[in-house]
Ligand binder design. Structure first.
Ligand code: SF4
Length: 268
């Protein structure tokens, strides 16, 4: 039996060059460490060591020990999941939170579950990912000009972070937007939770947010400005099984969002 926390402290993260010796343990610590991050790489390091939400820390590590039977022989990541992709992206994709047996297992955003199959399938069809499959951190997957992040970095029970957990995690996303502001032209929010988190972070970064605040909808489009720069926020249903099984989100719908994003990249 592997003890709680052991999976997320071992060789896997060391192999990524991640420093796990200093961790944020409070909301104030998250704000402080996020502000101090000087690069997307620094930010990922700080995120991976975070332990600021007791309920989520316990859940992510309990899941990593209990495991799903199909992955019983695997070593779960069991820690906050870093962003994946380009450090100078034109497209930032914001998800809700890692899946318990997806990203919380593999340690890479949208990797190892059906949601990831849908997202990476669409990215590959759009020419933005080298492979339609995203199964592990060492599968060779590469993104072109794209970075995938999330509103909350730790897997939550029932995929539902509390408002307090959302707010505690928010400075990571805010800092990520600041650090990538020079290159990002389009943000895609996957679902209403990510939409709200992205709008809040963009507002804090100084982007003009329309009043009343735009509501989430699939294919919703909001143009934001800051000084002489512009950026487009697009809404897209989350590729959760709940949406894909029911046909609420189809592959053509997902492809249309990425086609629109690509067009906006050139003419936001
Ligand atoms: Fe830290 Fe965010 Fe995980 Fe909370 S959800 S422990 S703030 S990384």
């Amino acid at each position: 039996m592997v003890a709680r926390g052991e999976d997320c402290q071992g060789d896997d993260r060391s192999a990524l060059g991640l420093n796990v010796t200093v961790h944020a343990s409070t909301a104030a610590g998250v704000r402080r460490q996020a502000r101090a991050a000087a690069s997307p790489w620094d930010l990922n390091q700080a995120i991976c060591a975070c332990r600021a939400c007791p309920r989520l820390v316990a859940w992510r590590e309990d899941v990593a020990v209990a495991k799903r039977a199909a992955y019983a022989d695997e070593r779960y990541w069991g820690a906050p999941v870093p962003s994946f992709g380009s450090d100078e992206p034109w497209l930032l994709i914001v998800g809700l939170a890692p899946g318990a047996h997806g990203a919380n297992r593999t340690g890479r955003m949208f990797t190892g579950d059906r949601s990831g199959d849908w997202l990476f399938g669409a990215l590959n069809r759009a020419g933005l990912a080298t492979s339609p499959a995203s199964v592990s951190r060492d599968d060779g997957q590469q993104l072109a000009g794209v970075r995938i992040t999330a509103a909350v970095r730790c897997a939550p029970p029932d995929n539902k972070p509390t408002p307090a957990e959302r707010d505690t995690c928010a400075p990571w996303l805010l800092r990520e937007l600041e650090l990538t502001a020079r290159s990002v032209r389009v943000v895609i929010a996957l679902g209403g939770f990510a939409w709200t988190a992205a709008l809040a972070a963009l507002g804090e970064c100084g982007w003009s947010i329309p009043r009343p605040r735009p509501k989430f909808a699939h294919a919703a489009e909001v143009h934001l400005e800051r000084a002489s720069a512009s950026l487009v926020l697009l809404g897209c249903y989350h590729p959760s099984q709940q949406n894909t099984f029911t046909g609420r989100l189809t592959e053509p719908m997902l492809d249309e969002v990425f086609a629109k994003a690509y067009a906006k990249r050139l003419d936001p």
